[in-house]
Design a protein around this ligand. Structure first.
Ligand code: GDP
Length: 467
């Protein structure tokens, strides 16, 4: 599985930047760098200690200067990949970086696959699988809370919990197996009673982790939020307020927001994936019709709906149609335009919804102004309450945030449940041990100890190149 060749990639984001980095990893990469880098000091790279920064020039095959650079030498095992790593920090222009990269290929490096540096860190034991996956979550985090969860995974908080559980299961297996080997002792009853207690505790722990999954997933992937309302209610203005920038086009001609737009907004630490949809309205206009259909579709996939009403007017038939779409959905109603006087009240809307068979917490009906920003804090705290439902807190909990991890935790819970059933049914230790072993393996797939190679490949293929 382990590949020993030298890989090379541009590690910084594409585009122009102050600096750009070409990262090279693998045994022998220092010699490779020696052939394309000339230190200003006139000394050889091999004469420098690990983790020293060497100023000089990157040269092409004709000894022509490609760019000025700092060469950073990190010798194995004290590097990101645990291998010899060279970072050439050049000017951050696409051409310079591409030329430096090309030169490294010419000297024997091969293009790194997506995530290959991190994959090597995993294969060399510097990170376990859940930590390696967290690297991408750290890179992609859009709010401070998202980052905190990802960083908790990266520094091993989550892995440690999984390791502890595996350790306990292994202990149980050893006990039970010992009692199989020495059936004459009363070690048997003790082992089984001990296992029962431990399994109960483990199942509670896993349950608790799983109960964090919804929040974890939202912090990692964002909360899919649809903004709906009749034309001119102020959907685009609300969206702009949330994005704090002018993206959607605001107009006063009803029905001009024809397309849905998707944007990320950071609302009180929660990453929202916002979709502003065309006004819900029966229409004959075909272009707009597509928009309305899209609005309904977007409603289907949204986890939260922000229903916008123009608070300066009485409810229209269009508004009522919007309210009618809210049954059995997580919804916050925004009574907008409170800067020009409101005729709608939260109580009135709650009554209206109740008449449609929809229950809503009165705190989730918020008087707001997209114009002045009034009510934004109330909206933020309402959204936080929804996301942190129950008592999970971003700063003290370990969250599960990853679909695969949730599935594996669910599986191990099931195996532990089966082991419990075997105990209750008075089955022999062998049966209990089989289920315990399955639970132990399922947990091991989370940290990567019992994971198959193709799964590892799939996980790392979702990384970006250079990471
Ligand atoms: P949409 O069709 O629902 O997307 O509505 P828009 O966001 O395009 O807004 C329709 C009109 O209402 C525009 O003229 C906005 O300037 C105006 N508007 C939106 N929100 C407010 C608000 O909070 N206060 C006031 N006074 N006008 C608003």
């Amino acid at each position: 599985m382990y590949q020993n060749d030298i890989i090379s990639a541009i590690a910084t984001a594409p585009g122009e930047g102050g600096i750009g980095i070409v990262r090279i990893s693998g045994a022998g990469c220092a010699e490779l760098a020696e052939a394309m880098f000339r230190a200003a000091s006139g000394r050889k790279l091999k004469d420098y200690r690990s983790h020293q920064a060497v100023y000089g020039r990157v040269l092409d095959e004709n000894d022509k200067v490609i760019d000025e650079a700092i060469c950073l030498i990190m010798r194995a095992p004290h590097s990101y990949t645990c291998e010899d790593v060279i970072e050439l920090q050049c000017h951050g222009g696409a051409m310079a970086l591409r030329e430096v990269l090309r030169r490294s290929y010419q000297l024997g490096a091969r293009p790194a696959e997506p995530g290959e540096f991190t994959k090597r860190a995993f294969l060399n034991g510097r990170l376990d699988l859940s930590q390696a996956q967290a690297v991408m979550d750290v890179i992609k985090a859009r709010t401070r809370d998202s980052l905190r969860v990802a960083a908790g995974h990266l520094n091993g908080d989550f892995s440690n919990r999984i390791q502890d559980m595996r350790h306990i299961i292994l202990g149980m297996i050893a006990h039970l197996e010992a009692s199989i080997d020495f059936p004459e002792d009363d070690i048997e009853d003790v082992a089984i009673e001990g296992a029962r207690l431990s399994i109960e505790k483990l199942m509670q722990k896993i349950d608790k982790l799983l109960s964090s999954a919804d929040t974890g997933r939202i912090l990692r992937e964002g909360l899919k939020t649809a903004i709906i309302g009749r034309p001119n209610a102020g959907k685009s203005s609300i969206m702009n307020m949330l994005l704090k920038e002018q993206r959607a086009i605001v107009t006063d001609i009803p029905g001009t927001t024809r397309d849905s737009i998707e944007e990320y907004a950071n609302i009180g630490g929660i990453p929202l994936v916002l979709t502003d949809t065309a006004g819900i309205r029966e229409t004959e206009d075909t272009v707009e019709k597509i928009g309305v259909d899209r609005a309904r579709k977007c409603l289907e996939s949204a986890a939260l709906i922000l229903a916008v009403l123009d608070g300066s007017r009485e409810l229209s038939e269009d508004d009522k149609e919007v309210l009618n779409l809210l049954k059995d959905r997580k919804v916050i109603v925004l009574i907008n335009k409170n800067d020009i006087g409101t005729v709608l009240t939260a109580e009135g809307i709650a009554d209206e919804l109740s008449g449609l068979g929809i229950d809503i917490n009165i705190r989730d009906i918020i008087s707001i102004s997209a114009e002045t920003g009034d009510g934004l804090e109330l909206l933020e705290s309402s959204i936080r309450d929804i996301v942190f439902a129950g008592n999970v807190r971003a700063d003290e909990e370990v969250f599960v945030s990853n679909e695969g991890q949730v599935r594996l935790l669910g599986q191990s819970l099931e195996y532990l449940g089966n082991a419990m059933k075997s105990i209750d049914a008075g089955m022999s230790e062998d049966f209990i041990v089989i289920d315990l072993r399955s639970a132990w393996e399922a947990l091991g797939r989370i940290t990567g100890e019992t994971v198959e190679e193709d799964i590892i490949d799939r996980i790392f293929s979702e990384f970006c190149i250079g990471k």
